[in-house]
Design a binder for this molecule. Structure first.
Ligand code: ADP
Length: 161
């Protein structure tokens, strides 16, 4: 089964990476899909986010994982890539409410694409891209929160903002 994991990944965190690694063990192919969202003001450019995710894929030897940028409706884009599943992560009930609404809408748009929800590992259940940025911007230690290969780059990047 081929699945995609859509999101902003601004930037990719260890919480995202954990979901990707678990999915890579379960599915034949996983596409990390950076969805262009005009309503979201991202800190890192699309090119930077693609490069970061590719670095993580290479460093972790994730041979059945790739990264792409998508636009428009996620479910349509996923179907156009030949994905039978859309993967999302759930950290708390607040995530669930949003994901339930999204999954229900997607199902009504396309019955051939299933939304698959993976529960966050407890140690990452508080972790979000915005929290990592907040910590980095204020000089806090983000190692353990970000993939090792990105710690230096993101720490530097946040200082210049
Ligand atoms: P979006 O803007 O679409 O929410 P994100 O990059 O914030 O994009 O998240 C992408 C997906 O990863 C979402 O389903 C989100 O719930 C999930 N996710 C984010 N952080 C974590 C985490 N720490 N553990 C598990 N899943 C997570």
């Amino acid at each position: 089964m081929k699945v995609c994991y859509p999101g902003s990944f601004d930037p990719i965190t260890n919480g995202h990476l954990d979901i990707i690694e678990r999915a890579a063990r379960m599915f034949d192919e996983v596409i990390v899909l950076i969805m262009r969202n005009p309503r979201k003001n991202c800190t890192f450019s699309e090119e930077q986010r693609v490069a970061m995710i590719q670095k993580v894929i290479d460093a972790h030897g994730l041979i059945n994982v790739s990264v792409k940028v998508g636009k428009g409706l996620t479910v349509n884009y996923a179907a156009s890539l030949g994905c039978q599943g859309i993967l999302r992560g759930i950290r708390a009930i607040s995530d669930y409410e949003f994901e339930l609404q999204q999954a229900t809408a997607n199902l009504s748009l396309n019955q051939n694409v299933e939304t698959l929800l993976l529960i966050a590992r407890p140690e990452y259940s508080f972790l979000s891209s915005s929290m990592v940025k907040e910590i980095a911007m204020n000089g806090g230690d983000v190692s353990g929160l970000l993939p090792d290969v990105l710690v230096a780059e993101i720490t530097e990047g946040m200082k210049t903002l």
